[in-house]
Design a protein around this ligand. Structure first.
Ligand code: DGY
Length: 469
């Protein structure tokens, strides 16, 4: 007997049943989403088996690459979303994804944005750029949004349903490592103790070419960097990727950080790019809440107190990022003290964190409806009425499934169930119509970027068969 928790319109149905009835349960979910999911002749979602195949095909042994060729290593926040997908059919493999990620943790607590576990010549900038040709690095020297705490809580919930002891054992091994990672964030990226952390490279946000970085990125000149050849453009059309000038800025930052030996004590102060990113801070805040839950479960009182301090300070400081005029949260440029004028999908992630007031949530929900009315499928990564919106250019407009997963979860917490449902349906529809693509044109639903993309496959599975986030 297995216990399967099925989600349908945000309601948890706890059902005891034999494995054989899985397809019946899935049919309940599918029947409520019938108009949005393509089914095969036996009534199962067409992409269900294919999503599992994609994760298996992208499994390089203990870690899953985001997309063959285009992204041939393990990425930090990808690993988290991907683990949620593995959990829908192989929870041991889900834990392994996170354990592999944390085996690459630096001594100071940082989890790098990319771990170069196995050699590949299909990605730039790879290990020989982060390190040297003679002495390649085994990781980047920067990080990514810290989703690990959220995911480990999620895996705990998945596992504890059938085996609480195992769930606790798994958590107790990862908990101190995640806590060390959060401590690293506050020490290295909030040395002034404001309550919110900074990113020092657009790659750290995971939203590389978001319009939120345009002004700050172009405020410093490009250095005399070595000539380079981009590998991404061999896999994806240039119209869907960041521009050459943007890449020149990315590499300028990389080479400056490398010259400082990626010393976190120095990088915060020396970086000409220092932003309070909404996505990173919302994810960190939410991860702190999930870590507090896990700390309580493990009986770690001191740690609960420490996390509470982060939560208290973070909550206060988030208000600094609220822009009353637009009814949106905004990223802050720490070097100028100004809020960025860009309107990005990260504006809605404080709902996922749970730091928005009810009034702020109402303003966010009405803005979100306007954005979705402008396109066809939500959520575009930038305001579709904004000056630089581009529906296929990476993070300057396309719809991303991981962001939708977090925004819809946030909306449900605030009671905006209809809007959450619309975003869930849009996600299932674009995937159903266009496949497991990296991102989607929100006007047409067409796929863009990489193909057989792991987190799209993973979150499709998590939505069909997984836990409630
Ligand atoms: C890329 O290479 O596009 C990645 O987003 C960097 O982490």
């Amino acid at each position: 007997m297995v216990r399967i928790r099925l989600r349908s319109y945000g309601v948890r149905l706890d059902i005891l049943c034999v494995v054989a009835c899985l397809s019946t349960l899935q049919a309940i979910f599918v029947s409520s989403h019938r108009n949005y999911i393509n089914l095969n002749s036996t009534g199962r979602p067409l992409l269900h088996e294919h999503s599992i195949e994609v994760l298996k095909q992208n499994d390089f042994g203990g870690y899953t690459v985001p997309a063959l060729g285009l992204y041939p290593f393990q990425w930090n926040w990808d690993a988290g979303f991907i683990a949620a997908g593995w959990a829908a059919f192989d929870v041991d493999r889900a834990w392994e994804e996170m354990e592999t990620l944390f085996s690459g943790q630096w001594a100071d607590g940082m989890i790098p944005s990319i771990l170069f576990w196995k050699a590949s010549d299909t990605y730039f900038p790879g290990p020989e750029i982060w390190g040297t040709k003679e002495n390649p690095s085994n990781s980047t020297g920067i990080t990514q949004p810290p989703i690990a705490g959220v995911i480990v809580r999620y895996l705990y919930d998945c596992t504890a349903r059938t085996n609480r002891r195992l769930a606790q054992q798994k958590v107790s091994k990862l908990f101190p490592k995640i806590l060390a990672y959060h401590r690293w964030w506050y020490k290295a990226r909030d040395p002034l103790n404001t309550g919110l952390v900074a990113i020092i490279h657009p790659w750290e946000s995971g939203m590389d070419n978001s319009p939120a970085w345009d002004e700050a990125l172009h405020a410093f000149p490009v250095d005399d960097i070595p000539p380079y050849e981009r590998e991404d453009l061999k896999h994806v059309n240039a119209s869907m990727r960041p521009s050459k000038d943007t890449y020149d800025h990315y590499l300028t930052l990389l080479y400056r950080f490398k010259a400082a030996n990626y010393d976190p004590e120095k990088l915060y102060w020396m970086s000409p790019f220092r932003m309070t990113d909404l996505c990173t801070n919302s994810v960190l805040f939410r991860a702190n809440r999930d870590m507090r839950f896990l700390a309580r479960m493990l009986g770690k009182k001191e740690e609960v107190r420490e996390i509470n301090t982060w939560l208290r300070k973070g909550k206060e400081r988030f208000q600094w990022l609220w822009d009353m005029d637009s009814g949106l949260f905004k990223c802050e440029n720490q070097l100028t003290g100004k809020l960025s004028s860009a309107r990005i999908s990260g504006a809605f992630l404080p709902l996922f964190a749970g730091v928005a007031s009810q009034d702020q949530a109402a303003a966010l929900a009405s803005n979100l409806k306007l954005w979705i009315d402008e396109v066809k499928f939500g959520v575009p990564s930038a305001d579709p009425a904004g000056p630089v919106f581009d529906p296929v250019k990476y993070w300057s407009g396309p719809l991303w499934i991981n962001i939708n997963w977090m925004i819809s979860s946030g909306l449900r917490h605030y009671g905006y169930n209809e809007l959450a449902e619309k975003i869930e349906m849009d996600s299932l529809t674009v995937i159903s119509e266009s496949g497991l693509r990296e991102y989607f044109n929100p006007r047409t639903g067409e796929g863009a970027g990489g193909e057989s993309f792991s987190w799209t496959a993973a979150l499709y599975l998590a939505w069909l068969d997984g836990e409630v986030l």
